[in-house]
Design a protein around this ligand. Structure first.
Ligand SMILES: Cc1cc2nc3c(=O)[nH]c(=O)nc-3n(C[C@H](O)[C@H](O)[C@H](O)COP(=O)(O)O)c2cc1C
Length: 398
């Protein structure tokens, strides 16, 4: 196995690209120490604020989306920043850096005004944080005080606030965590670049309403008969996060730490080849615990070895040349669907999907097998996507 998974991000050396995202998993030093003992390369401590900031949490704060028997494919949270103010987080940073000098400790901050942002950054840098991550991106966290995604949805506010933090954090890199809830994330990422900040974290959670109780008409999570819009995370948001990371990587020259739906080593590789240098994970750890680091490390090591790479750095951005505008896609290829009769279980799922969702190119023969009419099939891909048998249907040249 390729044993050296270390990678540099914003000038900081990580022992491996797997980092805990700021969340309940990183809300105190004891938890992060256990994660480091398990093998995590770094952690971003849950977002903190100045002592005067009032943080009033509500419970329950979580609701999961189950899909076809799989629990928590997506997770809504209405959590806020940490109840633990900067004085306690400063101590966490000191304790963790003393005990784990080779691991990376990021401190996440959120402020209501310039003095708060600058005080938070300066104090956490002095405590020994390896980088300062600024949340400009929580979709539900205290917008009434001008915090959270209120900043990240506006390029001018993003540039101005990032510059304040950069002024205060003299030595350590400043990472700006962006929201996907904008029309053009590259426009915002360019504002980060102009501010002089060092890197981007993409993406924070996606504003959502996960579901509604059909008897009481109260959405989830239910807090005393009411609910609110929350932040969506987990496997369900990976495609949105991957798109944002790729767009930023193609549009702006800044290092990226990716977060949003990383559940497996394969997800992590996808984020690296779309331009990220590290991945931050939250929901999958909340579901399955710190121990998932073993399968992440083994999976990535095995992949690098099989592919002949010597470092995760060699993966960064490999997919980017293959992502083009729609108008630049090759035209006139005319592929079609090919069904392998040996693998077909005659479920007719492809037939129904083609009949009612595509081009009516599939018929059923006398023996019950689906047959593709090459004159009608356009190769749209729907039959292959719904087929339950792996490799049974392929879309290829006719
Ligand atoms: C319960 C919960 C609390 C979170 N708290 C924070 C936070 O304090 N600061 C922050 O920047 N992101 C916070 N996040 C967002 C995560 O750091 C992460 O960016 C997001 O969940 C996407 O990653 P995932 O799909 O791996 O969960 C929180 C997410 C959850 C689920």
């Amino acid at each position: 196995m390729a044993s050296n998974l270390s990678i540099e991000f914003a000038g900081i050396k990580f022992p491996n690209p797997f980092v805990l995202a700021p969340a309940p998993c990183t809300d105190n030093a004891e938890m992060v120490a256990r994660a480091f003992d398990a093998g995590w390369g770094g952690a971003v401590l849950k977002t903190t604020s100045v002592e005067s900031e009032v943080v009033e949490l509500v419970y329950p704060m979580l609701a999961g989306l189950d899909f076809e028997g799989r629990r928590v494919v997506g997770l809504e949270n209405i959590d806020l920043i940490s109840e633990r103010h900067i004085d306690r987080v400063e101590q966490d940073v000191r304790d963790l850096k003393r005990a784990y000098p080779d691991r990376v400790v990021g401190a996440s901050i959120m402020g209501a005004r310039k003095e708060h942002w600058q005080e938070l950054a300066a104090r956490l840098e002095a405590a020994g944080a390896d980088f300062i991550e600024c949340s400009f991106s929580c979709p539900h966290g205290m917008p009434e005080r001008g915090m959270g995604s209120t900043i990240g949805q506006d390029a001018q506010l993003t540039e101005r606030t990032a510059r304040w933090v950069k002024e205060a954090a003299g030595r350590v890199p400043v990472v700006i965590k962006l929201t996907p809830l904008v029309a053009d994330i590259v426009h915002i990422a360019k504002a980060v670049k102009r501010s002089g900040a060092d890197a981007i974290c993409a993406i924070n959670t996606v504003k959502c309403l996960i579901g509604v109780d059909l008897d009481t008409f109260v959405p989830y999570p239910q807090v005393g008969g009411k609910s609110t819009y929350g932040g969506y995370s987990g496997a369900a948001i990976k495609p949105i996060a991957l798109r944002c990371v790729a767009e930023i990587a193609k549009g702006v020259d800044l290092p990226i730490t990716a977060t949003g739906g990383v559940c497996t080593w394969r997800d992590a590789v996808e984020f690296l080849i779309c331009g990220a240098s590290t991945v931050q994970i939250c929901t999958e750890v909340m579901k399955r615990g710190f121990g998932i680091i073993n399968e992440l490390v083994d999976g990535l090591s095995g992949y690098l070895e099989r592919k002949g790479f010597s470092s995760p750095r060699e993966l960064v951005g490999l997919a980017l040349p293959n992502i083009v505008e729609h108008s630049q896609l090759p035209r006139g290829l005319a592929p079609m669907s090919h069904i392998d009769r040996d693998l077909c279980v005659q479920c007719h799922t492809c037939y129904v999907a083609c009949r009612d969702g595509a081009y009516q190119a599939i018929t059923i023969d006398d023996e019950g097998y689906p047959v593709v009419d090459p004159d009608v099939c356009r190769g749209c891909g729907m039959c292959a996507e719904v087929c339950p048998q792996e490799s049974c249907i392929t879309i290829a040249a006719r």
